[in-house]
Design a binder for this molecule. Structure first.
Ligand SMILES: [Zn+2]
Length: 269
């Protein structure tokens, strides 16, 4: 087998590790922002409930003041009753008293309803406050973990980058240039296995003549469909036990937009 194939293969393995680690590192700020956003969202909800509760209380106080005025009116009407001079005045005062009493009944009911509303809102506030305390604690723990993870990833990445030079040095300059170009263009994977006459990255069929070349292991042909450089999977039999090693990277590189509920768990491995 052409020794360049083994050298490229080794470089690709190393670069895949590097890309995976870099991606995990890149995901950390987003994860921290998500944690902060979650806390901020709950804080806003809590503020909203508190404001609502205050508004209801203010309205309730107003109703209470009106109720007291009406009760004063009743007392005044009763006092007037003892001083009426004729039946007409008596009728008018009685009507006045009746109307005020009806208003008092309606207003008392309203105040009771408001009180119930206030109590319910207070319960919601207490529950939200407890959720918020809980979330703040969890976010702080998770941020600590992420900071630690960031440190570990940075060390690993620096180590891998440091030894990369030893691998690229084994490659022909032109081959390395092609490899780097494809890697840049396609995001990570430039040298991929052809397995059972198919490119493992784009899954398109490899023409038979090319497959024959690949098996011979002298040349490094490109996939006619995706343009990646190919090697025959049979040259690295260990790799076939781990299908992710040959195909995983191609899809992994695409930035995945994850819905807010399902956060990618950022971990070291
Ligand atoms: Zn392909």
């Amino acid at each position: 087998m052409n020794p360049q194939i083994a050298a490229l293969h080794e470089l690709q393995l190393r670069d895949r590790q590097l890309t995976n680690l870099e991606r995990k590192l890149d995901a950390i700020p987003g994860r921290i922002k998500e944690l902060d956003d979650d806390v901020a969202r709950l804080e806003t909800m809590l503020q909203g409930e508190r404001r609502k509760c205050e508004d209801t209380r203010a309205f309730q106080r107003g109703q209470q003041a009106q109720l007291e005025d009406e009760e004063e009116l009743v007392r005044a009407s009763k006092a007037k009753m003892s001083q009426v001079k004729n039946a007409r005045e008596l009728n008018a005062t009685q009507r006045e008293l009746e109307t005020t009493r009806k208003m008092i009944t309606t207003r008392s009911d309203e105040i009771q309803k408001l009180q119930k509303g206030v109590e319910e809102t207070e319960q919601r506030i207490a529950a939200l406050q407890s959720d918020l305390d809980d979330l703040r604690g969890k976010a702080a723990t998770e941020k600590e973990r992420l900071a630690e993870l960031r440190g570990k990833l940075e060390v690993k990445i620096a180590k891998l980058r440091g030894t990369r030079g030893g691998l690229t040095g084994k490659l022909d300059r032109e081959l390395l240039g092609t490899y780097e170009r494809i890697r840049k263009r396609l995001g990570g994977l430039a040298f991929v296995a052809a397995h059972r006459e198919r490119c493992s990255a784009c899954k398109m069929v490899t023409p038979h003549q090319i497959y024959v070349l690949l098996r011979r292991g002298e040349e490094i042909p490109a996939c006619e469909s995706c343009g990646r450089m190919l090697y025959w999977s049979g040259h690295f039999p260990d790799e076939q036990k781990d299908p992710a090693a040959t195909t995983g990277g191609a899809n992994e590189v695409a930035p995945k937009a994850s819905p807010p509920q399902r956060r990618p768990v950022v971990s070291e491995d």
